[in-house]
Design a protein around this ligand. Structure first.
Ligand code: NAD
Length: 408
C-alpha cells in the first residue's frame, strides 16, 4: 500500500536537497499543525444507526487560514488527508494566495447512500468539526464526491451551530445563490488549461499528433477536457471509475458528456473502443492528464508510460518511484501543486467576495484567475531554470521560500 503522506514528504526532501533549504524549516513542514478523527453517528433510512469516521487535517497556517477540500470516499484515510493538507499548503504558496493548507474527508461510498443519508452525513461531519473551522481559521471546499449542494448543507449546519453571521465565508465551492463565486465550478480545469498553454508555449516536448489522454471525468476531468479542446488539441481517450474510451481520431466531448449523463458511465460510447484505466495511462499520446485519484502512476507502470508530458490535475497521482523513472527517462511532469491550483485560486476569490460583501462577474473571476496561473507558472519556471531541476522540485522550492518568509 503506497502511503501518500510519505510520498509528499519525500517530494519535499528532494527539493530541499536541491536548494539546500533550511533543515529545521523542512522538518517543521513535514508535520501538520494538528489533525482530528471524528465519529459521525447517523440514523439511516432503515432506522438503524451507522457510525461513520471523518478526519480534518490542518497542516500550516503561516500564510493565512487553513484551506482545503472535503473528500467523501471509501478509501479516505488519515494519511491521505494529511498528505492532501500538506499539498494544499504548498499549492497555496505556489499560486500566491493568502491561505495555509487543510483537508478533510469522511470514509464511505456516497454512491451507496440515499440523498437524505448523504445530507445527514454532511451535517454530522460539520457538527463534529464546527469549532475547528471558521472564515479566518479553516475554510473547507469540495473535493472528490463533494459538490456545491453539500457545501450549502455544511454552511447551513455551521451557521446553526455557531451563529456566525458570515457563515458562507467559512466554505468555498458553494452554489451561486448561497454566496458561491461565478467561475468556481470550472476553475480547476480552466486554470489547468492556462498552465498547459504556458507549458506548451515553451516547446519542452516534441508533440507529434497534439493528442491527449485524460483519466477521470468528474469536475476536474470534464473542465480540463474542455480547456484542452479549446487549445485545439485532440482528446483521444477519457475515463471514469468504470473504465475508459478511446478513438484515435479524437473524441467528441459533447457526445461523451451526453453519453455519461444518460448511462452514468463513459464506456460503450458510440464510435469509440472501450479501454481500461490501466491501458489509458500507457497510450502513445503527447500529454497524459491524470485527473482522478492519487497513486495511479507507480513503479509498476511508469516504465510503460509513453507520453513525454505528464500533467497532474489529480492530487498526488505519481508515486516517488514513478517520478524517478519519469525523470530518468527525460519526461516532463507538471506537478499537481501547480497544475490544479486554479481551484483554490478561485476559492480565494470566492472567500474574498464573501468577506467583502461583493459579487464579481464570471469574466472578472476568470481574468483574475488567468493572471494568477500565468504568474504561478512563470515563478515556477524561473526556479526550474535557476536550479536546473524538475518542475516538481521547483514548485516546492518556491513554496518553501514563501513559507519561510511568512514565518513557518
Ligand atoms: P470528482 O468526484 O468530480 O471526479 C472524480 C473522477 O474520477 C470521476 O470521473 C470518477 O469516476 C473518476 N474515478 C474515481 N475512481 C477512479 C479510478 N479508480 N480510476 C479512474 N477514474 C476514477 O472529483 P474531482 O473534483 O474532479 O477531483 C479529481 C482530482 O482532482 C482529485 O485528485 C482531487 O483531489 C483533485 N482536485 C480537485 C479540485 C476541485 O476543484 N474539484 C481542485 C484541485 C484538485
Amino acid at each position: 500500500m503506497i502511503n501518500p503522506f510519505e510520498t509528499a514528504k519525500a517530494q519535499l526532501d528532494k527539493a530541499a536537497a536541491t536548494a539546500n533549504l533550511d533543515s529545521d524549516l523542512i522538518e517543521r513542514l513535514k508535520v501538520p499543525d494538528r489533525y482530528v478523527e471524528v465519529s459521525i453517528p447517523v440514523v439511516m433510512d432503515n432506522g438503524e444507526q451507522k457510525i461513520f469516521t471523518g478526519f480534518r487535517s490542518q497542516h500550516n497556517n503561516a500564510r493565512g487560514p487553513y484551506k482545503g477540500g472535503i473528500r467523501f470516499h471509501p478509501e479516505v484515510s488519515l494519511d491521505e488527508v494529511r498528505a492532501l493538507s500538506f499539498w494544499m499548503t504548498f499549492k497555496n504558496a505556489v499560486v500566491g494566495v493568502p491561505f495555509g493548507g487543510g483537508k478533510g474527508g469522511v470514509v464511505f461510498d456516497p454512491k451507496k447512500v440515499s440523498p437524505a443519508e448523504l445530507e445527514k452525513i454532511s451535517r454530522g461531519y460539520i457538527q463534529k468539526i464546527s469549532r475547528l473551522i471558521g472564515p479566518e481559521l479553516d475554510v473547507p471546499a469540495p473535493d472528490v464526491n463533494t459538490n456545491s449542494q453539500i457545501m450549502d448543507w455544511m454552511v447551513d449546519e455551521y451557521a446553526k451551530l455557531t451563529r456566525n453571521k458570515n457563515a458562507p465565508a467559512c466554505f468555498t465551492g458553494k452554489s451561486l445563490g448561497n454566496g458561491g463565486s461565478e467561475g468556481r465550478q470550472e476553475a480547476t480545469g480552466f486554470g489547468g488549461g492556462i498552465v498547459l498553454r504556458e507549458v506548451l508555449a515553451k516547446n519542452l516536448i516534441q508533440a507529434r499528433g497534439k493528442t491527449i489522454a485524460i483519466q477521470g471525468f468528474g469536475n476536474v476531468g470534464q473542465f480540463i477536457a474542455e480547456a484542452v479542446a479549446n487549445l485545439g488539441w485532440k482528446i483521444v481517450a477519457l475515463s471514469d471509475s468504470k473504465g475508459g474510451v478511446y478513438n484515435e481520431a479524437g473524441l467528441n466531448l459533447t457526445e461523451a458528456e451526453a453519453h455519461k449523463k444518460q448511462t452514468g458511465a463513459l464506456k460503450d460510447l458510440s464510435g469509440s473502443a472501450n479501454i481500461t484505466n490501466a491501458e489509458l495511462l500507457e497510450l502513445g499520446v503527447d500529454v497524459l492528464i491524470p485527473a482522478a485519484l492519487e497513486n495511479v502512476l507507480t513503479a509498476e507502470n511508469a516504465g510503460r508510460v509513453k507520453a513525454p508530458l505528464i500533467f497532474e490535475m489529480a492530487n498526488g497521482p505519481t508515486t516517488t518511484e514513478a517520478d524517478e523513472i519519469f525523470q530518468n527517462s527525460g519526461k516532463i511532469v507538471i506537478p499537481d501543486i501547480l497544475a490544479n491550483s486554479g481551484g483554490v485560486g478561485t476559492s480565494y476569490f470566492e472567500w474574498y467576495q464573501n468577506m467583502h460583501g461583493e459579487h464579481w462577474p464570471r469574466e472578472q473571476v476568470l481574468d483574475k484567475l488567468k493572471s494568477l496561473m500565468i504568474q504561478a507558472f512563470a515563478d515556477v519556471f524561473t526556479v526550474h531554470k535557476k536550479y536546473q531541476t524538475s518542475f516538481r522540485s521547483a514548485a516546492y522550492i518556491l513554496a518553501a521560500e514563501r513559507l519561510a518568509e511568512a514565518g513557518s
